[in-house]
Write a protein that binds this ligand. Sequence first.
Ligand SMILES: [Fe+2]
Length: 186
Amino acid sequence: MIKKSDVIYNNKTFKLEGSGIQEKKTRAKDLAGYFSDSAAYQALDPETVMYRVEYQDNNLTEGTPGGLYFGITHLYPGVVGKEYYLTKGHFHAKRETGEYYFGLQGRGLLMMTQNSETRLEEVVSGSVHYIPGNTAHRLINTGTEVLSVSACWQTESGHDYASPEEMFPQRVICDAKGERVITSNE
Ligand SMILES: [Fe+2]
């Protein structure tokens, strides 16, 4: 017997469809301390949705070894002051575990910090990104449309939201010409 998959990726809407799809919204009020321009941050409507993560609830328990999760992050375009919208980013609680990201739509950057060294990879439709273990990772939307990126990570990985200063000593801002400029946190 052949059955259809429980979940389908819709390549027109860039969303997951099917059974067990969960969604977690992150709003402006959840990102206190993440943007350099605190006045611009305070001016945001706290309920503004900055990004959504949809994932398949496959009944596995986070923290148990052996399994995998699959999800898609949709990060909206915009700036807080001059700083592009970003995800919180995290280490994995089980630090040595890696993860794959795969770009679906939009244009942005993947920021990764390993051993206090930060690097950036260009995220576009079709780009594949291996995030090694012991590496903090976040997405930054530097484009004008939603940045959608799928991810596959281990059930045992978990999330460790260390302080943003520790995870990401660099920032990406939009200069007066609309160009991306990398600055340091200080
Ligand atoms: Fe991760």
